[in-house]
Design a protein around this ligand. Structure first.
Ligand code: GLN
Length: 189
């Protein structure tokens, strides 16, 4: 497919390998991001699920936070899933610390409570169609600011948004066999 591009996958913690498998399946080159030099020459980046607090701390410690924020502000396409969405959010409803904070939305962490911490469902995503969604101690988007496109909702909660070069999902597209979200992201590049 697109042999001309290289996508970085943030690989400091969490479910990054599964995103690499998806990219491999689509024939797209990828590189694991573990230090700031790894950011050189990437055409897009994926922020995987995991634990946003740990990921945020590691981004600072490894010196990745500032350069990555600048790259995203300057238009680097980013696909953020679950904890990745929390990293991108400008506001976090139930956390005093924000991280990359380039996506003008308010997210709520662990938003579905303990009982419904993890569940699967299928819902429509704008531009993509019906998609099998896997939620694991997931956030949802509580509020969006101007210019943010809402791509999907589940039970009236926003679970997928797009703002310019930033695609944020509350669920885990890498844990399904469906590559259509990764394909859509690659087409954004
Ligand atoms: N609960 C995690 C957090 O708050 C996100 C969970 C996930 O990425 N699956 O960071």
């Amino acid at each position: 497919m697109r042999t001309d591009i290289k996508i970085g996958v943030l690989a400091v913690q969490g479910a990054f390998i599964e995103h690499e498998h998806m990219l491999n399946e689509l024939g797209v080159q990828c590189v694991e991001i573990r230090k700031k030099e790894d950011l050189d020459n990437i055409d897009g980046i994926i922020l995987p699920g995991g634990e946003s607090t740990v990921q945020g701390q590691l981004l600072i410690k490894l010196g990745i936070m500032e350069p990555l924020r600048k790259m995203i502000e300057n238009g680097l396409p980013v696909l953020a899933t679950c904890a990745g969405l929390i990293l991108l959010a400008k506001h976090i409803d139930n956390d005093s610390v924000t991280h990359i904070a380039t996506l003008p939305v308010t997210v709520k962490r662990n938003a579905y409570g303990r009982q419904l911490g993890s569940f699967n469902t299928t819902a429509n995503i704008e531009h993509i169609g019906d998609y099998p969604m896997v939620f694991i101690r997931a956030p949802y988007v509580k509020e969006v600011e101007e210019g943010v496109e809402i791509l999907a909702t589940v039970d009236n909660n926003i679970v997928a948004v797009k703002y310019k070069n930033q695609l944020g999902l509350a669920f885990h597209p890498e844990l399904t066999g469906d590559t259509s979200i990764h394909k859509y992201f690659i087409d954004m590049i």
